[in-house]
Design a protein around this ligand. Structure first.
Ligand code: PA5
Length: 476
């Protein structure tokens, strides 16, 4: 046997080992799905590998392990706000039961339930309710559950006056939600709606229609709730507003809307346990992969993340995600800018920019594999609209092809793509996705070196507004 034979064999064996390594690390492990674990959320990062190398992503592996340690052992920045970490699995049964009972009694007496709150005090509930509700729930004639309306998320006179018009004609109850109990927007809306409610039902009966969700002891709202004997729920001290959807803040309005809060918590607990079990398992932990990938992109000047959906009912889920990541990461002159887009709608407004504008963006697509309803495109004899090539196809198939076509186009155009998929929209899967993003946000914030649990920047506009309005103590 000559030298050439040994050389060729060595090259072949090396190539074989290299192929196994590549396959194992690149292609098999990044398509996550382990049916035994009940983890339905999958993440695919293969469409970022033209822009950042796997090494640049795996570079974060060691660091992320330390961040999990800091989170689980409460030794990192903002460690006093980590109550959300074990909340899904440890949620007290007596509070779940109380929420379910209150939700039932609200459903019996109210056609409308007004949720008054801003930021983290309403976005989680709105995200889950819109994701699970009928798209046109406000127009459904025979409603089984009250319509949920929101107030206190703006200071618009038109909005509030129009809301009062609607309430004039309906039986309703309200929740006032404010962790601090001092936020101006919900305080104004509450004062107005409380007055309306008291005029309508009398002070005594109005009390039975008011639920206050706030701090256990501090704040004007707590004091008011004590004096007026409102039914009250506590926002745990160690859970910040934007991490509070799985506390009574989110759970009461979600239960009133008729959704299964046990399944939501179960989904979140499944993700909680899976992530904890896999803190060392970088390639099989969706949180690690997502946090590392977006930070690798950020270090390569991809400073804007556009979260995309193809299902309009996820619009507010993206609004919730924007607040979670925006308020957690955007500080100390750092942070990925969280943007949102609703496809295919926004392909006809933002599509041009995404395809062709500044190349500092990446996209994360939330993809839903199966719709909960079924609808096919009908055949037409004359075919004047030239759509017969689609006849018999599910609308969803067209949507999926739009998604795949768009991903290819945007990746070709220089926009890396992360794809997060769910089998369908359900309480269980939304619970998984909520916990997934909460933990990814905490880990990402630690990678950036910021405290993901404070929001000092939010105070500045308030100080100016109070000074302009002449609030005592804030005069110029
Ligand atoms: O995430 C946060 O902490 C904020 O967005 C708050 O939820 C928001 O400012 C409302 O605060 P509060 O619940 O104290 O009224």
């Amino acid at each position: 046997m000559n030298f050439g034979f040994w050389f060729n064999s060595a090259v072949l064996i090396a190539a074989l080992f290299f192929f196994i390594y590549i396959t194992d690390n690149f292609y098999i492990r990044i398509f996550l799905h382990n049916p035994d674990t009940m983890i339905n959320l999958k993440i695919d990062i293969s469409k970022v590998l033209d822009f950042v190398s796997l090494d640049e992503i795996q570079f974060f592996h060691k660091e992320i392990k330390e961040h999990y340690d800091a989170l689980y052992h409460k030794t990192g920045k903002g460690h006093e706000f980590l109550g959300w970490i074990n909340l899904p699995s440890d949620f007290p049964e007596n509070i779940i039961k109380r929420i379910e009972q209150d939700a039932k009694s609200i459903r019996e007496k109210a056609e409308i339930f007004v949720v008054i709150g801003i930021g983290g005090s309403y976005l989680g509930a709105k995200a889950v309710n819109e994701a699970l509700d009928h798209n046109f729930s406000n127009l459904l004639q025979k409603r089984k559950y009250p319509l949920i309306l929101y107030a206190g998320q703006n200071i618009s006179e038109n909005y509030l006056a129009n809301l009062l018009d609607i309430l004039e004609e309906k039986e309703y109850a309200i929740a006032i939600i404010s962790k601090s109990g001092t936020t101006t927007e919900p305080a104004i809306a509450f004062r107005l709606i409380k007055n309306h409610l008291e005029n309508r039902y009398g002070k005594q009966k109005a009390r039975q229609r008011i639920f206050a969700i706030t701090d256990k002891s501090k704040g004007a709202l707590k004091q008011l709730a004590n004096e007026e004997h409102y039914s009250t729920y506590v926002v745990p001290d160690n859970v910040g507003g934007r991490y509070s959807v799985l506390t009574p803040v989110g759970l009461l309005p979600i239960a009133v809307a008729g959704h299964n809060i046990r399944k939501l918590l179960e989904g979140a607990a499944t993700m909680q346990q899976y992530v904890r079990k896999n803190t060392n398992n970088f390639n099989e932990n969706p949180v690690s992969l997502y946090a590392a990938t977006r930070n690798a992109l950020y270090r390569n000047n991809k400073i804007i993340e556009i979260m995309v959906n193809y299902e309009p009912e996820l619009y507010f889920f993206i609004e919730w995600w924007k607040q979670l990541f925006g308020e957690s990461e955007g500080k100390e002159k750092k942070g990925i800018f969280p943007a949102g887009a609703n496809f295919t709608t926004d392909l006809h407004s933002m599509g041009q920019y995404i395809q062709d504008g500044m190349r500092n963006i990446f996209e994360t697509v939330i993809s839903v594999e199966n719709p909960n309803k079924e609808l096919c495109i009908p055949f037409e004899k004359k075919n004047l609209d030239k759509l017969n090539y689609l006849a018999g196809k599910r609308i969803h198939e067209v949507n999926r092809m739009a998604e795949l076509g768009t991903i290819l186009a945007h990746v070709d155009g220089g926009v890396p793509n992360i794809r997060i998929s769910l089998p369908e929209i359900s309480e269980f899967n939304l619970g998984q996705m909520i916990y997934f993003f909460e933990m990814a946000c905490a880990v990402s914030g630690y990678i950036l070196g910021v405290n993901p649990f404070d929001q000092p920047g939010v105070e500045t506009y308030k100080k100016n507004m109070f000074a302009l309005l002449g609030k005592p103590g804030f005069e110029k």
